[in-house]
Ligand binder design. Structure first.
Ligand code: PLP
Length: 397
């Protein structure tokens, strides 16, 4: 709540784009040897470089996935693998910036609620910065994610309830105990971290382009999974920054993908409203199993204003997407991480996209975070005795 204007909503960080353009340029940024989100220093809300946590976050690969593209009849498909961040999800981008800000502010304890990944990211980044963290996750969070929280030394609370209930408890706890809240859709700096994925996509696409002059370039579409709606809002913010600076020429269409069982933003978009009505959430994609999206209005706005679309996919389509990404591009995604691709596959089946559109899919989390779901997608291995005869028998047509 703004003490001056009484406005209660999410704050936006505003930049002086003329000042930034007088300090740097796309080619100056591209010549930097800082291969992390901090290469975009002038576009981030941190003033003290000493506050940056040591873990390397960002500058994840953008693969030209030609084989996957052929399967979908898309000639220009790119996959950004954000599962390669230090705690293996996109959420490291947000946590890196929030932990840096917390250091600048002299914060003693930092907290978040999480379906798993934001918490793991906060735990890892804050441990590297020697700052205690407290994380609230639903008791049902995948064991690998809970193990990440514990090994990084966070104080972990497994909440007997949903992510939405863990979120409310965390907010109440941060007020009661004076902890700094990193919560998604509450702390304005998460979006500032997440927008760096948009910077990287446009810079990396430019670097891959033909010709000697490597201009940063926005793709035609970006597909990403949506739970609370903060990632898609962050990507939108990054693109708006670049457009305002004149570093890219167009705004891509943002394509938000939700699980059928947790489709509150999809429903609002479909109904033509920005008011997101909560749903009772259930899906295999635990990271986007969100009933009350905390940044839902901005997510719907991002999709509407960029002339994109929301798509909802079934758990079966997500499992198929996990297999396709792994077998067609060698990228192992957790269910939510594969959801963006599942949405693209569906859009292609429905012929909603032209075959020559330059399309980026963001893989937001690594498959090792949720082994039971991977096994569900991949099936079981064959068990045999150490005998060549038995092997021959099994292999016989
Ligand atoms: C792997 C993964 N994908 C997608 C999302 C969705 O992000 P948001 O909740 O900001 O929409 C999350 C959020 O936890 C996530 O962990």
């Amino acid at each position: 709540m703004c003490p001056k204007h009484g406005y209660s909503g999410l704050l936006d960080v505003i930049y002086d784009y003329d000042a930034i353009n007088s300090q740097t340029s796309p080619s100056a940024v591209s010549s930097r040897r800082e291969f992390s989100i901090w290469r975009y220093w002038e576009l981030l809300p941190i003033e003290d470089r000493q506050a940056i946590p040591p873990l390397r976050v960002g500058w994840t690969p953008l693969y030209h996935a030609s084989h996957l593209g052929e399967q979908l009849s898309l000639s220009n498909l790119f996959v950004k693998d954000d599962g390669l961040n230090p705690t293996a999800s996109f959420k490291d981008r947000a946590s890196a910036v929030v932990v840096a800000k917390a250091k600048e502010l002299g914060v003693e304890v930092i907290t978040t609620a999480s379906s798993g990944n934001a918490g793991a990211a906060l735990a890892g980044l804050s441990s590297s910065a020697r700052m205690p963290s407290v994380v609230f996750v639903p008791q049902t969070a995948p064991p690998a994610k809970v193990a990440q929280l514990l090994i990084f030394g966070a104080r972990v609370f497994l909440v007997k309830g949903t992510y939405d209930e863990a979120y409310d408890l965390c907010l109440a706890a941060s007020e009661r105990f004076g902890w700094y809240s990193r919560n998604t859709g509450y702390n304005p700096y998460t979006v500032e971290g997440k927008k760096t994925a948009a910077f990287e996509i446009c810079e990396q696409l430019g670097l891959m382009g033909a010709g000697r002059v490597k201009e940063w370039r926005a793709p035609d579409r970006i597909f990403v999974a949506v739970g609370d709606g903060n990632i898609i809002t962050g990507i939108w913010k990054g693109l708006k920054d670049l457009l305002a600076l004149g570093w890219i020429r167009k705004m891509p269409r943002l394509m938000g993908v939700q699980a059928e069982g947790a489709a509150a933003c999809y429903n609002a978009w479909k109904a033509g409203t920005e008011i997101v009505t909560p749903v009772e959430a259930h899906t295999i994609s635990d990271s986007i199993c969100v009933g009350t999206p905390r940044d839902g209005t901005r997510a719907v706005r991002a999709v509407r204003e960029t002339k994109g679309a929301f798509i909802k996919v079934s758990d079966e389509e997500v499992l198929e997407a996990m297999r396709r990404l792994a077998r067609g591009a060698g990228i192992f995604a957790e269910p939510a991480g594969a959801t963006g691709y599942a949405g693209l596959a569906k859009a292609m089946r429905e012929e909603a996209i032209d075959s020559d559109e330059e399309t980026v899919v963001v893989v937001t989390g690594n498959g090792l975070k949720d082994i039971p779901s991977a096994v569900k997608a991949a099936g079981q291995a064959t068990t045999i005795s150490p005998s060549i005869q038995e092997l021959e028998h099994v292999l016989a047509p």
